[in-house]
Design a protein around this ligand. Structure first.
Ligand SMILES: Cc1cc2nc3c(=O)[nH]c(=O)nc-3n(C[C@H](O)[C@H](O)[C@H](O)COP(=O)(O)OP(=O)(O)OC[C@H]3O[C@@H](n4cnc5c(N)ncnc54)[C@H](O)[C@@H]3O)c2cc1C
Length: 444
């Protein structure tokens, strides 16, 4: 059903499948579907990647002409996949202590986490203790080995508990889960029982009682709780311009990563200060063989130097194109203990508005496309950088250094707001960490 917002017609229940070209113009291919996207009635979306529309026309598939695509379709973004934008895992980030910035590289940076959803009982979640045992997310770590923190999201009819494990415990759990086939019986139920004993008013007597309190049924191979090695996945570029094909067909070039790769692989204890440079870089100009092709009008030379944008507007050789902009989890996933997911979604969406204002300024379509992409990239780059550094450094301090990260909410700089503490010898005692201690604490 179509609903109308001022100036916009919204089609609900439509699944985006890909982008194709028809008569040298770009079209999106989508299919009218139910809200759950089930049952699948067409082959996977990748079948429609960068192809000509006449190769993809099937019953039930609809096509809409398009100039700008905003991919807000989550962490498994079909918009990104079908635009040739790859995902990679965040491993390099900057920390900021005082005025000193350090570049840290942690191969395979992740934090193992377990998420449990409890049933409502008489309309309420399990009652949590009102003292420090139930209110301090880090207190459990004093009493239950292997636990770094426990966060509860018990509101609005949802009762979700998230356990964050220490690095050693996380590795042990992941190794056990994979070697034993990932069955629920192999999840760390005894640890969960002990956690519930600390934080809940009425803890469970046994694993059986605990599992019965969960929303999803635990039986055989069915999943009633999930263990996830949380990593931050980010798109290789914030945005791209896909070009319609030229008459002479050459091969499609690979998209390049936006952020500079680390020049060396350093250990987690590497504290060598390096100058900060992670500006988004435009991708190669490319020419392609069939459908739309990834590539900006500005490019990076073989030597790695970013060249000036090549404006092709007004020229007879200008090819039509479509701008693809990524927002939210499609651009970068969120480590949800930090609450950056929703905020970043809104902040990057604002950049869409700023970018689209360009459509009123450009003289030709080419100028408009290039302007939209540039303004979006400029506005999103800074936001993304802060969010990635915040997430990378917090995961690093907590998981690889065994520290606790509190935040000074009066600070206007998110990274400087991080206050580092270590657990003391007494229950509930947190001792501030001097920066000079970090190198020792974070050593392998
Ligand atoms: C358990 C959990 C707890 C979290 N807690 C917090 C928190 O406390 N605070 C916080 O800030 N963040 C939290 N997050 C993160 C936050 O939920 C995400 O960062 C945020 O939802 C991302 O929003 P999004 O719109 O980019 O993507 P999504 O919310 O994933 O929305 C994407 C939408 O696109 C649709 N879609 C997908 N593919 C297609 C397609 N091909 N065609 C059409 N539509 C499509 C999907 O159906 C979906 O509706 C949490 C995440 C999880 C998993």
């Amino acid at each position: 059903k179509d609903w109308t917002l001022p100036g916009i017609s919204v089609n609900y229940g439509v699944r985006f499948l890909g982008i194709c070209t028809k008569n040298e113009s770009a079209f999106t291919i989508s299919i009218l579907t139910n809200h759950e996207f089930e049952p699948p009635v067409v082959p996977p979306a990748t079948a429609y990647t960068l192809s000509r529309c006449d190769q993809t026309t099937r019953e039930q598939v609809r096509m809409d002409p398009v100039d700008v695509i905003v991919g807000g379709d989550g962490s498994k973004s079909t918009v990104a996949n079908t635009s040739g934008i790859r995902k990679r895992q965040l491993e390099t980030f900057f920390t900021r202590r005082g005025d000193l910035e350090r570049k840290i590289n942690v191969p395979g940076l992740k934090q193992v986490s377990m998420v449990l959803d409890f049933k409502l009982s008489n309309g309420t979640c399990p009652k949590t203790r009102t003292d420090v045992r139930g209110t301090d997310p880090y207190y459990v770590g004093f009493l239950v080995k292997g636990i770094a923190a426990v966060f509860k999201r018990f509101y609005y009819g949802h009762c979700q508990m998230q356990l964050l494990f220490t690095r050693e415990a996380g590795m042990e759990i992941m190794n056990g889960a994979s070697s034993l086939g990932g069955k629920e019986a192999n999840l760390p139920w005894n640890t969960v029982l002990r956690v519930c004993k600390v934080v809940l008013k009425k803890p469970y007597k046994s694993q059986k009682h605990l599992k019965q309190a969960l929303l999803h049924t635990c039986s055989g191979n069915s999943i009633c709780a999930s263990i996830v090695p949380v990593s931050i996945d980010l798109a290789s570029t914030t945005s791209t311009i896909l070009r319609t094909p030229e008459p002479s067909h050459v091969s499609i070039s690979e998209p390049r990563h936006v952020f500079s790769e680390p020049s060396h692989v350093s250990s987690s204890a590497n504290f060598k200060a390096e100058s900060k440079k992670r500006d988004p870089e435009p991708e190669h100009v490319s020419v392609g063989s069939g459908g739309l092709e990834p590539g900006h009008v500005s490019g990076e030379s073989e030597s790695g130097q970013v060249s000036e944008p090549r404006h092709v507007s007004g020229g007879s050789g200008a090819r039509d194109g479509v701008v693809v902009l990524l927002v939210g989890d499609a651009l970068s996933t969120a480590h949800y203990r930090l609450g950056v997911g929703i905020n970043t979604g809104f902040r990057t969406s604002k950049a869409i508005g700023l970018a689209l204002r360009e459509s009123y300024k450009g003289k030709s379509k080419e100028e408009i496309l290039v302007g939209i992409e540039r303004i979006f990239r400029e506005n999103v780059g800074g936001i993304l950088e802060i969010v990635l550094d915040l997430q990378g450094s917090t995961m690093y301090y907590e998981t690889y250094c065994g520290l606790i990260v509190f935040f000074d909410h009066s600070s206007d700089d998110l990274l400087k707001a991080q206050s580092l503490y270590a657990r003391g010898s007494k229950l509930g005692e947190y001792n501030p960490i001097d920066d000079s201690e970090l190198a020792t604490l974070c050593a392998d």
